[in-house]
Write a protein that binds this ligand. Structure first.
Ligand SMILES: [Zn+2]
Length: 561
């Protein structure tokens, strides 16, 4: 096979060469075809749908960098642009967010209410369940690396599942940086489903990777083993080049340099996204996605933006380098896809938004930004409540200082009532707590049918509430309280709140010949499934979908059938 020339030092191109992917990436692909037939309601369905989720790509980041994109994101901005997309639910974490994108359902219905939730009736000792694991596998726990990845917790079908149910010849491939992204978007019937690992690519336990995935994994592992010098800072990023002390570190002026073999450093850089895109391109080529009789689906979960956000916040050179790298990697990927001549459609969104570190927010016009009070520790609160009421420990199960909280199952009805009242009072007394809401309150509410920008806090929490899986009560922090008290190790910024900076995400649709338009009104990521289904003539049961079809044709015609 002919090896295309390596023009860029970024990974898509380097890996593409290693994987013999045809076509030449330019990194700055634009739709420059001289005469492209305009897409109308009569245009046949695309042969390939490319669904891209960029982890933590908030509507704020999109707005900030939109004018700077020249690559793949610039191309998508020329299509149907919904800048006010919403992950409308309250628990804005990675797993719930990815579960909405290709199911058309809120987490209340997908069952993916959080990255981690509790099942106190689980047979195993560790009652904390990871969203994408099978806790019934002997010897597992939700602690890092000790779980068996699984799609079992997802309660609804994905687009790929529905496409394959309609036509078994439809192929579905899902590649992501994180297992939960590949799994929650890929669903149960994907032909190939892989994610990044220190060894390159991996999948479910016991799954033999295809020869192409094995080859891609080997190339990715070789890339991880190489050290990476700091990336040169583009002119667009120089204004952000200001160091800021956070704990005993200085952030904000980083260049994403890393040592050879540093997998965490690899994941928090455009390299990781390039690896996913290159692996996706290689698998598409090997399986001839978009070249068969049915429409195929290629799912790409780009996780690096999230790791950069967690490690460094959103407003330093680190994120600027990531945004520029992502744009270029996507451009390279699209250019290679263009070279195949396949009629493909792209949808891009995010699993949640994000928020900058309070230290920099305080410098940049938001003096009230703060970190959560270390005293707001559910274990400490539980100890006080247990001592006061004479109840046994463990009394309360939680995954952090906010979100779902579960009372021990061993309590009598009277003890439970007393403990609940005491917990609610104590949590409400913390100045950083906005509200404490019970599961009972949420269970009694219908899911809102209004546009997501006018949802109340209870509406948001209701869309995250599943009676079998949610907590007995939910703690909501005030806006701009970063729920990381100790920055000495690990992450400095995060997401997960009910506030709009964590809920708002761009929703972009592009297809060759699609006339572009902008629709700034609020739409939802649960609208993506019905929108794509309509594009390929796939009939859905509206009673099983929370979203609605978005018309992608400007003017009087509609793409919603
Ligand atoms: Zn995250």
């Amino acid at each position: 096979m002919e090896t295309p020339p390596v023009k860029l030092k970024y990974l898509t191109t380097a890996l593409a060469a290693a994987l013999c992917i045809t076509g030449t990436g330019t990194g700055f692909a634009q739709d420059s075809a001289p005469s492209v037939a305009k897409v109308t309601a009569a245009t046949p369905p695309p042969k390939l749908i490319v669904m891209i989720a960029v982890d933590q790509f908030s509507a704020d980041l999109f707005a900030q960098y939109r004018g700077h994109f020249t690559g793949g994101l610039a191309r998508l901005v020329s299509g149907a642009v919904f800048p006010s997309g919403y992950q409308s639910h309250g628990a804005t974490e990675t797993c719930p967010g990815h579960s909405t994108i290709l199911t058309g359902n809120h987490p209340a219905h997908t069952g993916i209410i959080a990255n981690n939730y509790f099942d106190l009736t689980a047979a195993r000792e560790d009652k904390r369940l990871y969203c994408a694991e099978d806790e019934t596998v002997a010897g597992t726990s939700s602690g890092s690396g000790k779980y068996a990845p699984s799609v079992n917790h997802l309660l609804v079908p994905t687009l790929g599942d529905l496409m394959k149910a309609r036509d078994p010849k439809a192929q579905v491939v899902s590649v992501a940086g994180k297992d939960r992204a590949a799994i929650m978007m890929g669903g149960r019937k994907a032909d190939e489903l892989v994610w990044l690992a220190p060894t390159g690519l991996t999948s479910y336990r016991g799954t033999l990777l295809s020869p192409t995935a094995t080859q891609a994994g080997t190339a990715i592992a070789a890339a991880i083993a190489q050290p990476r010098p700091g990336l040169p800072l583009p002119a667009d990023c120089t204004a952000q080049d200001i160091g800021i002390p956070v704990g005993d570190r200085v952030l904000g002026n980083g260049r994403l340099a890393r040592d050879g073999g540093d997998f965490r450093g690899f994941m928090a850089s455009p390299e990781a996204d390039g690896a996913v895109l290159a692996a996706g391109a290689a698998l598409r080529q090997a399986r001839k996605l978009g070249e068969g009789p049915a429409t195929d689906l290629l799912i790409l979960g780009l996780s690096a933006t999230d790791y950069v956000g967690h490690n460094s916040g959103t407003e330093g050179t680190e994120m600027c380098l990531q945004m520029m790298g992502l744009d270029r990697e996507l451009g390279d990927f699209f250019a290679r896809l263009d070279a195949t001549g396949i009629d493909y459609a792209v949808a891009l969104t995010a699993d949640h938004g994000g928020h900058d570190i309070p230290e920099r927010n305080r410098q940049n016009g938001w003096p009230a930004a703060e970190r959560v009070d270390a005293a707001l520790d559910p274990d400490a609160v539980a100890k006080v409540v247990a001592d006061k009421l004479g109840l046994p420990q463990p009394l309360l199960y939680s995954d952090g200082p906010f979100g779902d909280m579960y009372l021990a199952k061993t309590l009598t009805a009277a003890q439970r009532k007393a403990a609940m009242a005491e917990f609610i009072n104590r949590f409400r007394a913390f100045p950083q707590v906005e509200a404490v809401v019970t599961g009972e309150e949420l269970a009694a509410r219908p899911i809102s049918k209004q546009a997501p920008d006018v949802w109340s806090m209870l509406d948001k929490l209701r869309a995250s509430y599943n009676p079998q899986r949610s907590g007995d009560f939910i703690v909501v922090l005030k806006p701009r309280v970063t729920p990381i008290a100790d920055t000495s190790r690990g992450y400095v910024a995060t997401h997960g709140s009910v506030w709009d900076y964590d809920r708002r995400v761009p929703m972009l649709f592009w297809r060759k010949g699609l006339a572009g338009f902008e629709q700034p009104n609020a739409v939802m990521t649960v609208d993506i499934l019905p929108t794509l289904a309509s594009l390929i003539g796939l009939t859905l049961d509206a009673n099983k979908i929370d979203g609605r079809c978005l018309d992608l044709l400007s003017g009087p015609e509609s793409s919603c059938r």
